[in-house]
Design a protein around this ligand. Sequence first.
Ligand SMILES: [Zn+2]
Length: 400
Amino acid sequence: MSKNGEGTLGWLKDRNRERVLGALRERGRISQADIARMTGLSRTTVHTFVAELKDSGMVHEVEASVPDVRGGRPAVLLVLRDSSLAVVGIDFGHSHVQVAVADLVHNLLAERRCDLDVNYHAAEALDTATRMVDEVLIEAHVERKSVIGAGIGIPGPVDRARGTVGSTTILPGWTGLRIETEMQERLGIPVEIENDANLGALAEMSWGAGRECANFAYIKVATGIGAGLVIDGRLLRGASGTAGEIGHTTLDESGALCYCGNRGCLETVASGPAIIQLVGLVDGEVPSLSRIVELAIAGDVRCRRAISDAGHEIGVAVAGLCNLINPERVIVGGLLSRTGEVLLQPIRESMRRHAVQAAADIIDVVPAVFVERAELLGSLALALQSSSRRTARAAVQAGG
Ligand SMILES: [Zn+2]
């Protein structure tokens, strides 16, 4: 006899129903065809479950605001009515903490931001984030027991197996700290951590320039340079979570020494500090990276040149990446992407020059939709994705 009814029709039905609900929670709005693609269930099975969910009032239909990419009339999308549950997103930047709460229908209910020197004050940052979670929940009228998960963003490599920061040089005050465990204890809900570039990719995949794109590379160009890679609709994390460390691609073996210990990394010639050094003094002062971005947007030729030269070098590394993973789109985000074509055009040209033609021909290089809030929105997308997977796993385990 099977355990807990495993293998029976009733068990299979519950399990498949959870998979359909999981797809709805993860995407917020989704067509029946995409549910079938995501879950691997047949269209007929999906149709049956959707009809049941509509009858019970859990799901309703809306018309897509954009026409179907394959042409034809706008698709009918399904949306969950269940807005009683919520997820929390927490973004730790180097000098700020941001917190937001969203329901499972992907409505952003409340958000807060606080300036804080996160690099050296890890425990204080965790306490501040916990307090801010309480504040956004009150503001959004969401009870703590309705929150089913949290996503947390860290501005550095993440060791996913240990739930810690994977580098001692990037966030010195966080070394050895088990962020996942610490935050899980403080919040009393399951949490998952992820690095900033991967969160940018998740935000673009869920609501931005990566929608309807199964294979893309998100490149974050800010103080550092990182990539979030989406392959077949899933984030590629690699064996230890360091996939996408494009900033440490060697461009010149005898180049300048990088903080990672190697020489001639992309970051030694194209990161924020490298651009600041190249620009030199502005009105007698060393400018911040934000100031250089503002000046470039205003037409300052020196700042534009420094950023476009960085774009050229980034394009060389992106070409190597495109040869390896063959994406259909490269989405450029991070503070420097605010300069638009000043950065994008040299990336595009240099990528086309250095990548194999078959890979380069199909690639669009486009700006990200989200810049300042990319990590915060990505941490919400991570929480939505993880909670839908946990639901699906629980359904499988309940069956056996
Ligand atoms: Zn390096």
